[in-house]
Design a protein around this ligand. Sequence first.
Ligand code: AHG
Ligand code: MN
Ligand code: MN
Length: 340
Amino acid sequence: MNQIKPQDNLISLSQFLIEEQLKLPYATGGFTALMNHLVYAAKIVSREVRKAGLLDNVLGATNQQNIQGETVMKLDDYADRIFTHALTICGHLCAMASEEQEDLIPIPEGYKCGKYTIAIDPLDGSSNIDSNVSIGTIFSIHRRRDIEAKTQGELEDILQPGHKQRCAGYIVYGSSTMLVMSMGTGVVGFTLDPSVGEFLLSHPNMKMPESGTIYSVNEGNYNYWSPEFQNYIKNIKSLEGDKPKTARYIGSLVADFHRNLLKGGIFLYPNDTKSNKYPNGKLRLLYEVAPMAFLAEQAGGVAVTVDGRRILDLTPSELHERSTMVVGSKKDVEHYLTFI
Ligand code: AHG
Ligand code: MN
Ligand code: MN
C-alpha cells in the first residue's frame, strides 16, 4: 500500500504555491501568504473534526441561529472563528464574508489591509456533523476593485461575478482531509498527511469525466419542483433508452461535489416553485455556488442555474444571496438543458 505514492515524491501545498508564485513576475507573495493562513486554519479545523465525539465542544448545536435562520452547530461556530481569525491577521485581505456572519467582516484596527477579499462557508454540511459523515469548507477569493488601495474593502469588492475569482476551492473532511483548488489554470487536489501535517499533491490536473452515471439531488423535495424539473428527474430514472442513473446524495455540497468531480455525474439544487421556502434555491451564490462553478469549469464541467444561465456570469447583489445550481459533467448538464 505504501508503495503507491511515496511521500518523498509528493510536492507539498506550500511548495506548490511558491512555485506558482514564481511563475508570475509581478507577484508579491501576498496571495501565497493568504493561502498559507487559510491552510493553517484548515489543518486546525481538520484536527478538531478528527476528534469529534471525544470532545464536548465539537458535536451538537449552539443555542444561536445564523442570519439565514439555521441553527448554528458548535463546529460551525468554531470553524468560523478559526478561519476568520487566521484570515484577518494575514494582512492581505481588505474584507471577508462568512456564512455565519450577517455583514461584511472588516479587517480589525491594527492589521494591514491587502488587495484580496474572501467569502467562506466555514463548515459546509452542518446537518452531517453529528453523524460522522463528510463535511467541508468552501472558499472564494477575489482581487479588490482597486488593487492599489490600502483601505478597508467595501461590499462591492466582494460582490463580484464568479468568473473574476482569483482562486476557489474547498477542503473536504472525509475519509481523508483533502484540499481542492483552482487558480484559473486547472484544478489540483492535495491530501493532508496528518503524520507530517502537510497537504501533499495527490491529484494533479483533476478533470471531471465528460459524462457520468450519478445524479445527486434531494428528491424529498420532488413535490416542490417545477414540472420541467420533475420531467428531467423522471427521464434519468426511466427504463427506456440508457440505463437509469444512480442516486447518490450526502447532503454536504462539498462531499457531493467532490465525488462527482472524481466520478462524473450531475448535482442539482433547484428552486422551490410551490412553497416560499427556497424560491431561489437553498445554496448561497458567493461562498457555495460560485466557487463550485469555478472548479467545475476549470475541470472541464459545466455549472448553470436551474433555468440555464452560466453561474460564473452572475453578479451577487447581497452577501447571502441564494442561487439554484446544476453542476457536473459536460454531457450530463447539456442533457439537463434540453429539458428547460
Ligand atoms: P451548510 O451546512 O453550510 O448550511 O450547507 C448545507 C447545504 C449544502 O451543504 C448541502 O448541499 C445542502 O445544504 C443540503 O440541503 P438539503 O438538506 O436541503 O438537501
Ligand atoms: Mn454550506
Ligand atoms: Mn456552512
